[in-house]
Design a protein. Structure first.
Length: 75
């Protein structure tokens, strides 16, 4: 899965050939770093036990998204 955190901190996930904004299921606003439960992305490097090279993003309610590519456009 591919995603982007835009310059305003909002999360977009690539779906159907376009970047779709992700909306918070708990509040009427975009999912992004304005939420205190939005963690910093963490790079995952392949090891003998883990055959995945990408990034994990932790969100609220212990949700995690695995990205093969996550671009962080925040400054």
């Amino acid at each position: 899965m591919k995603g982007v955190i835009d310059e305003n901190g909002n999360l977009y996930i690539r779906r159907g050939g376009r970047q779709a904004p992700q909306l918070c299921p708990y509040r009427d606003q975009p999912c992004g770093d304005q939420c205190p439960k939005f963690r910093e992305p963490c790079k995952i490097h392949p090891t003998p036990k883990i055959d995945f090279n990408g990034c994990i993003l932790e969100l609220c309610q212990n949700e995690r998204i695995l990205f093969t590519e996550l671009v962080d456009e925040r400054k």
